[in-house]
Ligand binder design. Structure first.
Ligand code: SF4
Ligand code: SF4
Length: 228
């Protein structure tokens, strides 16, 4: 059953898909575990769509920013479609979770937002990657280019194996290249330092992403083989 669901989700357009039993999230911050969102949740399903490699070489602030936001919208579309497909095929319920915005948890003092669920933690639990020192998810095939979407289901399904880590021992390029010194030694990013450096608007009022250096300097940004 799990493999059938995986194939369905891949056929919808996801590049990767993985599964984790909801009890893998015991120890998640209070209010942010899948069972906090939905008591009936038995399994978390994470999917990923890869940004094109060329987008990391786009000039200026507009092109990358626009399509990065579009990939979040695409992940949301896929999780909505996947939830509908699961409910059509099985006597089960499925709940898509917003990939990025909207969310409730916002600390204005530190400019820190928290999604309804952490996409990165879900992706790690579902075997889609491991965090690099940048805090970005690293996947052996797609590097740091995955946008993650998550859905919950009340179907009990077995967890996938953890993914290998491809962050390069001894490398600190992402940390050293961050112009805002936002990447902390524990791999967290201080959003109050990153946000003002990163998000803006051009003169016409279009949203811009001025910095993605932690992504573009990474030797494994295109995947494990790109660094070999
Ligand atoms: S986006 Fe830029 S400012 Fe933010 S953590 Fe990455 S390198 Fe630092
Ligand atoms: S730049 Fe180096 S240290 Fe940072 S995530 Fe990539 S491989 Fe790891």
């Amino acid at each position: 059953m799990k493999e059938t669901i995986r194939q369905t989700i891949l056929s919808l357009g996801a590049d990767v898909c993985g599964f984790a039993a909801a009890d893998c999230f015991i120890g998640a911050p209070e209010g942010f575990a899948p069972s906090d969102v939905w008591k009936a949740c038995k399994t978390v399903i994470a999917l990923g769509i890869a940004l094109p490699k060329g987008l990391l070489e786009a000039p200026g602030d507009l092109i990358y920013g626009w399509f990065n936001s579009q990939s979040a919208a695409m992940a949301d579309r896929l999780t909505l479609q996947a939830a509908r497909a699961i409910e059509a095929a099985y006597p089960a319920k499925a709940m898509p979770i917003p990939c990025d915005a909207p969310y409730e948890a916002w600390d204005a003092a530190t400019q820190t937002g928290k999604g309804i669920l952490s996409m990165r933690h879900a992706a790690i639990a579902c075997g889609l990657g491991q965090p690099g020192k940048s805090g970005l998810l690293l996947n052996p095939r797609y590097g740091n280019r995955l946008t993650i979407g998550v859905l919950l289901t009340d179907m009990p399904l077995p967890s996938d194996e953890p993914c290998e880590s491809i962050c390069i021992p001894g490398c600190h390029l992402c940390v050293a290249s961050c112009p805002a010194h936002a990447i902390q030694p524990d791999g967290t990013v201080r959003q109050q330092l990153c946000r003002p450096n990163t998000f803006g608007q051009n003169t016409k009022g279009f949203a811009t992403v001025k910095c993605n250096r932690c992504r573009t300097v990474c030797p494994v940004r295109y995947g494990k083989q790109s660094a070999e």
